[in-house]
Design a protein around this ligand. Sequence first.
Ligand SMILES: Cc1cc2nc3c(=O)[nH]c(=O)nc-3n(C[C@H](O)[C@H](O)[C@H](O)COP(=O)(O)O)c2cc1C
Length: 213
Amino acid sequence: MSRILRIDTSSRTDGSFSRDLTDAFMEKWLQRRPNDQVVVRDLAAAPLPHIADVTIKGYYTPADQMDASLRAATALSDLLIHELRAADILVLSVPMYNFSIPSALKAWIDQIVRIGHTFSYDGKGFNGLLPGKRAYVLIAYGAGGYLDGGPFAGADFVQPYLKFLLNFLGIADVTFIPIEATTADPATIAANARKARALIDAAVAAASLRAAA
Ligand SMILES: Cc1cc2nc3c(=O)[nH]c(=O)nc-3n(C[C@H](O)[C@H](O)[C@H](O)COP(=O)(O)O)c2cc1C
């Protein structure tokens, strides 16, 4: 049994390609692994606050020097980190907004990337403190040309950023499942949806093989 943390970030609830893709991924996954437990955090339905001055002070204050106000300011970060630590598998559902990730997801990242909790610094280098986890990132791009070295590949600040960030936290095993050109004509969308479904099938089959090994 694995514990999965699913994080939705599209502001759209109806007709969201990233949510639909993630639904399809979860359905396939749970067909193969029905006993896995899923926790869902929907950052559009329940947006997180941006970190504030006092939150940052709390991040950099040693545990034995925290006062009540610093503890209160970092309580949400504590909870979100606990939720992430408890997961074996992270499933991120991400639309491209302005060539990058939605601010709702960035707000979550700013709450969970925390020195001494999810990464450390020893004076020479950084170490991720979340090893042994796997991440699947399902991305919807409105335009085409970002994937497979296309003409907009250099404008994709979603995959490189999330790959770097997850690796930074120690999550080395990251699989991206993208769909592009979600704003194109219906035939293009259908063809791209088929490609994305094939990637889901391959990712879930690979995970099952690993679990059986
Ligand atoms: C605020 C906003 C910004 C967007 N910026 C981009 C962009 O920079 N590049 C792009 O290809 N599509 C962009 N799009 C289109 C979305 O990536 C596309 O509609 C995608 O399907 C959104 O994911 P969703 O369907 O899960 O909501 C943007 C859409 C919105 C709402």
